[in-house]
Design a protein around this ligand. Sequence first.
Ligand SMILES: [Fe+2]
Length: 223
Amino acid sequence: MNQYVTGAVIKALREKNKMTQLQLSQKLGVSDKTISKWETGKGYPDITLLEPIAEAFRISVTELISGNTVHNANVSANMLRSKFYVCPICGNVIHSMGEAAINCHGIQLTPLEAELTDEYHMTFIERVEDEYYVRIDHNMTKEHYISFVAAVSSDNMQMVKLYPEGSAEARFKIRGVRRIFFYCNRDGLFVIDPVKGIDDKESGYDGSKERRELEKAADMLLG
Ligand SMILES: [Fe+2]
């Protein structure tokens, strides 16, 4: 992440917006030479220009500084594409239906990438009437614990917050749930397809490498 807007970012955004240095300079009330200076690293735009520059490119100041611009074609399309962000300082959890530029405690958060559950984060899912009962075999100490569990369908998200010294379990209405996510404060975000997780794991969990490879391949093929 950049600490301040860089010349490379300004140049890339200007070109993406099909603007000449002159056109950008006119929008900002500076000379085209000034733009050229910024772009070649011979100076920085004054802080009072950050907002006008962001406005000229139709992005936020946060995006401008970080150099990460957000593109969401159709946010409302599908909750299964949800992103989770967790602040490493305070543990704040943010759910987003698409990409976003999110800051917490001065840190630009990046969306967490979910991994398939592993032998240290074994997950057991039972169907109890119209609910999934999800239990994760994991410590719940202050140092190492599961901080939330979420069940996501194409049009709905259910999230349960967990706390140290509590138990690593949650219940969700089954309707349409396609993915169960949970977050371990040390090991990150995990995901499991509830249909794959049901029952078979409690009795004879097959955590072999071959099975994981197969699951990964199936996930890539089926999306
Ligand atoms: Fe863990």
